[in-house]
Design a protein around this ligand. Structure first.
Ligand SMILES: Nc1nc2c(ncn2[C@@H]2O[C@H](COP(=O)(O)OP(=O)(O)OP(=O)(O)O)[C@@H](O)[C@H]2O)c(=O)[nH]1
Ligand SMILES: [Mg+2]
Length: 207
């Protein structure tokens, strides 16, 4: 049985960019337009090693304004239906938040809402994106922002792990001489997913 990973987060958080990192050839549409980009849920195959592949599900962005493609209420309903109705069992929820664009209460609200929607048995991890301009090692973002996360009501103890990354493409990062950030981000997020879906000592993240 295939393992299913669903990626959730607000519009522009970088969900589809993350899919493109994890699934070469996926070509999920990305955009920084004012309106949301992904209009339908879509699944892609992600290979994380021999015998370690999973289906990664891109979803429609939350918290779009009324001018957007799908206002938030409808987006939430659509996502809820997808989570409940698609005849799939979920093995991991990846919640994306943009680390450098200002965390909002709505990020936490949606985190808690969808976390409880999938139920306690489904592990939830946080992937912090938009850290390409972050000063210092990207993994420092998490300890430095723990208090903010807690204030917002994202309880770090209720998550099964996290990764702090940039989801920009390799080409974009190389253009800014930051190709190493791409490799590190990809490795960190792959390690994170592997460590949850195939928990064994060898798969634990080392960063
Ligand atoms: N600088 C920077 N830009 C990013 C990062 N991740 C995504 N972006 C950019 O942000 C914009 C939105 O990215 P998407 O991947 O389309 O975001 P999404 O969460 O799929 O958005 P919706 O489909 O609307 O829900 C694009 O222009 C991306 O290139 C990141 O880590 N750093
Ligand atoms: Mg998208």
């Amino acid at each position: 049985m295939s393992k299913n990973v669903v990626i959730i987060g607000q519009s522009g958080a970088g969900k589809s960019s993350l899919i493109n990192m994890l699934c070469p050839g996926a070509d999920a549409r990305i955009s920084n337009d004012a309106t949301g980009c992904t209009q339908e849920e879509q699944e892609y195959t992600c290979v994380l090693g021999r015998g370690k592949s999973c289906q990664v599900h891109d979803t429609i962005g939350l918290e779009e304004g009324r001018w957007g493609f799908l206002p938030d209420k409808k987006a939430q309903k659509k996502l809820k239906t997808y989570l409940k109705d698609s005849q799939k069992s979920w093995h991991l929820l990846v919640y994306c938040i943009p680390g450098s664009r200002g965390l909002k209460k709505s990020h936490a609200r949606n985190f808690n809402k969808f976390k409880s929607m999938v139920g306690n048995r489904v592990p939830v991890v946080v992937v912090v994106t938009h850290l390409d301009q972050y000063e210092g090692p990207l993994q420092d973002w998490w300890p430095r922002n723990l208090d903010t996360l807690k204030k917002l009501d994202i309880n770090p103890e209720s998550t099964a792990g996290h990764a702090c990354i940039t989801a920009l493409s390799r080409r974009d990062l190389e253009r800014y001489n930051k190709g190493a950030l791409y490799n590190q981000s990809l490795q960190d997020v792959q390690n994170l997913i592997r460590s949850i879906l195939w928990p064994s000592r060898a798969n634990r993240t080392t960063t």
